[in-house]
Design a protein around this ligand. Sequence first.
Ligand code: PNS
Length: 165
Amino acid sequence: MTRAAVFPGSFDPMTNAHLDVARRASTLFDRLVIGVLNNPKKKPLFDIDERVDLIRRCVADLGEHVTVDAFDGLTVDFAQRHRAGFIVRGLRAVSDFEAELQMALTNRKLAPDVDTTFLMTALEYGFVSSSLAKEVAQFGGDVGPMLPPPVAEALTERLRAGPRV
Ligand code: PNS
């Protein structure tokens, strides 16, 4: 029996906390599909193709059993399309728990055959979030400890180029 999981998120952009969760999940599952949500209601800094491409570069060394795919709609539908029985989410702190519990219970109601598993983010990344990294970068701070090198580079470049219209 092979175990497959999806790791869904906005990933705008992928952080070291996300990468740490992806790395550890990649050792637990036979197949891991990182799902990048294409949410038309949100205006991300990086478009869907850029986010997928950045993640692919970050996870290139995790093995061929780790893939990246964009999705829209429900996470459970994405999981079922990929024949994955598990959803992986990272928990950084207790503050993440309430929203994650609500999502996990909603997903279980929608698809009882898809279970959510949580991985604790490594202590050194407990403070890291995509939105804070973007704010730090915007004001010229060092995002090196927060972001994988390709992402830090892309973010600096994007902010240097100015907002896109
Ligand atoms: O990185 P994020 O923004 O915390 O990820 C949130 C995400 C993408 C996992 C969540 O918003 C999601 O699953 N969206 C897809 C829509 C869905 O399935 N909603 C019902 C379950 S909450």
